[in-house]
Write a protein that binds this ligand. Structure first.
Ligand code: EPU
Length: 426
C-alpha cells in the first residue's frame, strides 16, 4: 500500500500542465466500440480508471496499442461477445458506459453493476429507462445487467433527474438506432459535448450537446477517428484551489477557462486573484481567505467533484461557510478525516457548516474516495507539520502524477510504500 507524506506550509509556486479529462476520456475509450475501424485517442490521462476501461476492451477482444503514455490506438472490431468481465466492471463507475456502447453495436450487452466512488446511493434506473425507451429489455441477475433488443428505434427520452452517465449512455444507444432520438433534461457537462464531438467525428449526427435538449439522428455506420480529449476541468480546479489554499501563485496551463467559470467565481469571492487567458488560468492569493456559501449543482453550477477540495480550503477562511451538496447524498465522508487537522466542521444531512480556524496542523488520514483524497492532499499542503495520506489508490483513479506535479510547484510531498516503511524500520 502506498501513501503520501506531506510536509505542509509551503505556498505552491510555478506552472502546472493539466491532463486530459478523466470523465470524458473514460466515455470516449468505451465509445471506440461503436467504430467500424481503429480510433487514435490523444490527451488520454494516465490514470487507473482509464487503465481499467482499456483492460475491459482488451479482455473482450479489442486490439490496443499504447503509442505513448497519453496516446492510445483502439481497434474494437475483434470484440464478438458483448460481455464485460465481472471484477473489472466493479472497479469503476465508468464501466456503465459499456452498457450503452455494447447495446449500440450488438443490440445486446451483459455488464456487471458498476463500482466507483462510494458517494451514497448511485442507481442506474435512468440509464435503464433510456434503453427501454429505445426498445431494449433489461434483466438484472447475479449482479449483472443484461440488455437485449431486436432493434433500437429512435424515440423521445425524458430524464427525471439530470444525469451525466445516463445522458452519455442514451447517446451511445441512440447513435446507431433507427430514426430520431430526442433527449430532454439532458446533462450539460463538458464531457457530454466532448463525447458528442468524438462521435460526430466518427460520422454520427448529434446536435444540441451542451444544452438540455440533444437530438440524435441514427446512422448505419460509424468509422474510426483520431480525437484529442479535452483538458480535465476538475484536475484544473483542484490545482486552482490548492494554489489559493496554500497562499501560492500558480499558472495552470492547458485548460478551457469557460469550463472553470463557477470555480473561478467562487475563488474570487473567497479572496483569491484569478486571471483567465486563452488556454491557461493564473491563481494567486496573498491575503486572508473569506467565508463562502456553496451549493453544488449540475453544470454550469458548481461541480460536486470540486466540493471536498473547496470545503477544505474554507476550513481556514474567516467566518462561517455553508456548503450544500445537492448531487450525492453522502459526499461528506472525508469530513471526519478533515477534523483530524483541527478543522471545525459539522455536517447535517447534505449540508456542512465550516467555522474557519486560523490554521490546520498535520495528521494521518485515509482517502475515502477520489476527490476526498485530493482534498486531504490539499489539507496536508495547507497544514503545519507532517501529514500522511493513506489509501492513495483512490487518488490515482483520477489524477495523473499528482505528487510529481505538486513537487514541481514546490510542495514537499513524497510517495512511501509499506516496503519503504519496513526498510526504514530495520
Ligand atoms: N442518478 C439516479 N439514477 C440514475 C443515474 C443517476 O438517481 O440512473 C442520480 C445519482 O445518484 C446522483 C445524480 O443522479 O444523485 C447525478 O448522478 P450522475 O448520473 O450525473 O453521475 P454519474 O454519471 O454517476 C458522473 C461522474 C462523477 C460526477 C457526476 C456528477 C463519471 C465516471 N463520473 O457520475 O464523477 O460526480 O457525474 O457530475 O463521469 C468523480 O470524478 O470524482 C466523480 C464521482
Amino acid at each position: 500500500m502506498e501513501k503520501f507524506v506531506i510536509k505542509g506550509g509551503t505556498p505552491l509556486h510555478g506552472e502546472v500542465l493539466i491532463s486530459g479529462a478523466k470523465n470524458a476520456a473514460v466515455a470516449i475509450v468505451a465509445a471506440a466500440i461503436l467504430a467500424d475501424g481503429p480510433c487514435l485517442l490523444e490527451n488520454v490521462p494516465e490514470i487507473r480508471d482509464i487503465n481499467i476501461c482499456i483492460k475491459i476492451l482488451y479482455e473482450m477482444g479489442a486490439s490496443i496499442k499504447i503509442i505513448d503514455k497519453n496516446t492510445i490506438r483502439i481497434d474494437a472490431r475483434g470484440i464478438t461477445d458483448p460481455v464485460v468481465p465481472y471484477e473489472l466492471a466493479r472497479a469503476c463507475r465508468a464501466s456503465s458506459y459499456f452498457l450503452g456502447t455494447l447495446l449500440g453495436r450488438f443490440n445486446k450487452a451483459d455488464v456487471p453493476m458498476p463500482g466507483g466512488c462510494d458517494l451514497g446511493d448511485r442507481p442506474i434506473d435512468q440509464h435503464l429507462k433510456a434503453f427501454s425507451t429505445l426498445g431494449a429489455r433489461h434483466n438484472i441477475d447475479g449482479g449483472v445487467v443484461s440488455l437485449r433488443a431486436d432493434k433500437l428505434i429512435g424515440s423521445q427520452i425524458y430524464f427525471d433527474i439530470v444525469t451525466v452517465g445516463g445522458t452519455i449512455n442514451a447517446i451511445f444507444a441512440a447513435v446507431k438506432a433507427d430514426g430520431l432520438t430526442v433527449i430532454e433534461n439532458a446533462a450539460k457537462e463538458p464531457q457530454i459535448v466532448d463525447v458528442a464531438n468524438f462521435l460526430n467525428s466518427m460520422g454520427a449526427d448529434i446536435m444540441g450537446a451542451g444544452t438540455d435538449v440533444i437530438k440524435i439522428r441514427g446512422v448505419k455506420h460509424l468509422h474510426g477517428a483520431d480525437y484529442a480529449v479535452i483538458p480535465d476541468p476538475i484536475e484544473a480546479g483542484t490545482y486552482m484551489v490548492a494554489a489559493a489554499a496554500t497562499k501560492g501563485d500558480v499558472m495552470i496551463k492547458n485548460v478551457i477557462p469557460k469550463h472553470l467559470e463557477s470555480i473561478t467565481d467562487k475563488l474570487r469571492k473567497a479572496g483569491a486573484f484569478v486571471e483567465e487567458f486563452d488556454e491557461s488560468i493564473h491563481v494567486r492569493c496573498d491575503g486572508p481567505l473569506m467565508k463562502s456559501s456553496i451549493k453544488t449543482l449540475p453544470h454550469p453550477g458548481f461541480p460536486t467533484d470540486m466540493q471536498p477540495q473547496f470545503s477544505t480550503m474554507l476550513t481556514i477562511a474567516e467566518g462561517t461557510s455553508v456548503v450544500t451538496d445537492n448531487i450525492f447524498d453522502n459526499r461528506f465522508r472525508y469530513v471526519n478525516e478533515l477534523r483530524r487537522f483541527g478543522a471545525d466542521i459539522t455536517v447535517e444531512g447534505t449540508t456542512a457548516v465550516i467555522q474557519g480556524v486560523p490554521e490546520l496542523s498535520g495528521a494521518t488520514v485515509k482517502a475515502t474516495d477520489l476527490r476526498a483524497g485530493a482534498a486531504l492532499v490539499i489539507a496536508g499542503l495547507m497544514a503545519n507539520g507532517t501529514t500522511v495520506v493513506e489509501d492513495i489508490y483512490h487518488i490515482e483513479r483520477g489524477y495523473e502524477n499528482i505528487d510529481e506535479k505538486l513537487r514541481a510547484l514546490g510542495a514537499d510531498i513524497s510517495r512511501v510504500t509499506d516496503y519503504d516503511n519496513q526498510r526504514m524500520a530495520v
